[in-house]
Design a protein around this ligand. Structure first.
Ligand code: NAD
Length: 428
């Protein structure tokens, strides 16, 4: 029998609705003017492109790409490009919205954007990936730009791909203006205009938040344990930095499976393996575990650093940790967060915990603009100051308003955006 009702929304639509509900919750706390809430609940621009790519076997395939420009009140649109088979329009809309709030919270003069290509980068050769990235850049055309919309790496994309975007974009600019285009993307390699410290910046920012959390609790990180989901850029660097501070990484997982080791993994060797093979698969036969065993593992910290919607109510009931620090964007669903908080597990939300990435992306953009190269110490000092300052601002706000950290972070971002909207008014 056919039902006349609309089909249920897919996972990416739920994701978008979840971020819109978070906006509404925080809007009430700061008494956000309704027209500002209305503007922020949808992106300004939604772009979909279909473009052909020449494959190694001589055939042509068509790929679908997205770029969402959520808001540019505080500065140019800014946000990563996701290369993943499940990339969807609503997912990019949700992620672009998160970027607006992240930049507002960190007081970085950027807006929010996000995009990606529906593809499996692991199934493409390097030459195919390069042609795909360049064709996508060409298809986006003037919809990106160093003062307009500045992409960066995200799931499935990396520094090398940012350099291909930069090169393609620079080659389409006027001959005499070519150099000024370098900052059209951030997260580039060091040799091609990237910043010292950018590759590990997201993880480093997350660890600064964990350190602040531990300081507030009066505990030391030395001798603590952590489990990490996702062992790509954010997951592997978080594991390596935490290990340097004396935290033992006793559980890891990625799209190929999970592993547990009570002795702690050698985080560097595992990172080398994951870089070389594209996953943690094959690292060790002796430590394999199921997803449920991974989530039930007793540890001090859980670092989700893979995809969104990983911690629903069932996972939140299984977790036996003191703190969840969100490296990934939106890994915790609302029921998951409620369960965690009711069990006394603290959550440092994505907009704060993973904001180190966009913060150092901003430093890269400034360096490119001024033709400067900052020393790693300068980047690290600035990042540490920014993360610690914002962490304390968010905890103070949460204490004062008696709300959770996520609501506090969104509310602080909304205050920043709201002041600008109210002072500027709506043109004309
Ligand atoms: P990445 O592509 O380098 O790594 C992604 C990891 O997630 C891989 O280890 C992959 O195997 C794993 N993964 C994918 N699907 C999975 C699944 N179904 N179950 C378990 N693991 C799975 O990406 P990244 O740059 O490290 O990004 C990870 C997260 O951090 C994303 O949510 C991204 O939006 C967020 N983030 C990244 C940055 C950055 O600077 N790269 C900044 C802010 C936020």
């Amino acid at each position: 029998m056919h039902s006349s009702s609309a089909p249920p929304p897919d996972e990416s639509t739920f994701f978008l609705q979840m971020i819109q509900s978070q906006l509404d919750r925080s809007a009430r706390i700061v008494e956000l003017p309704d027209h500002v809430r209305m503007i922020l609940s949808q992106p300004k621009n939604e772009l979909i492109v279909n473009f052909p790519v020449l494959m190694d076997d001589g055939s042509h395939r068509s790929f679908k790409g997205y770029r969402i420009q959520h808001n540019n009140l505080l500065g140019p649109y800014k946000g990563g490009l996701r290369f993943h088979p499940d990339t969807r329009l609503d997912e990019c809309k949700a992620l672009a919205m998160i970027m607006t709030f992240k930049c507002g919270l960190m007081d970085i003069p950027f807006g929010g954007g996000k995009g990606g290509v529906k593809c499996d980068p692991h199934a493409l050769s390097e030459a195919e990936l390069m042609r795909l990235t360049r064709r996508f850049t060409h298809a986006l055309g003037a919809n990106i730009g160093p003062e307009y919309d500045i992409p960066a790496p995200d799931v499935g994309s990396n520094a090398k791909m940012m350099v291909w975007i930069m090169d393609t974009y620079m080659n389409t600019a006027g001959y005499t203006e070519r150099n000024a285009q370098q900052r059209v993307v951030t997260g580039k390699t060091l040799e091609c205009g990237g910043s010292q410290g950018r590759e590990k910046a997201t993880a480093q920012g997350l660890v600064h938040c964990v350190t602040e959390w531990a300081r507030d609790k009066g505990i030391s990180l030395e001798g603590k344990t952590a489990i990490v989901q996702g062992y790509g850029n954010v997951g592997s660097h978080s594991a390596m930095i935490l290990a340097r501070l004396g935290v033992s990484i006793i559980g890891v997982g990625d799209h190929t499976g999970y592993m547990l080791n009570p002795e702690g993994f050698n985080t560097h060797r595992l990172a080398d393996h994951a870089r070389k093979h594209g996953s943690i698969e094959g690292y060790s036969k002796h430590h394999t575990a199921t997803r449920d065993e991974f989530f039930s593992q007793k540890a001090d910290f859980f670092i989700p650093a893979a995809l969104q919607n990983q911690i629903g109510a069932p996972e939140a009931k299984m977790l036996q940790v003191q703190l969840v620090a969100e490296g990934a964007n939106s890994p915790t669903m609302p029921e998951g967060e409620q369960t965690l908080l009711s069990r006394g597990i603290d959550v440092i939300p994505d907009v704060l915990a993973n904001a180190g990435g966009v913060t150092v992306s901003y430093y890269e953009w400034v360096q490119n603009r001024r033709s400067e190269k900052w020393h790693i110490d300068e980047v690290e000092e600035r990042l540490e100051r920014a993360m610690r300052h914002t962490y304390q601002k968010a905890t103070d706000f949460a204490d004062k308003q008696q709300c959770n950290m996520r609501t506090a972070c969104y509310a602080l971002a909304l205050e920043r955006l709201s002041h600008a909207y109210v002072e500027r008014g709506i043109f004309p």
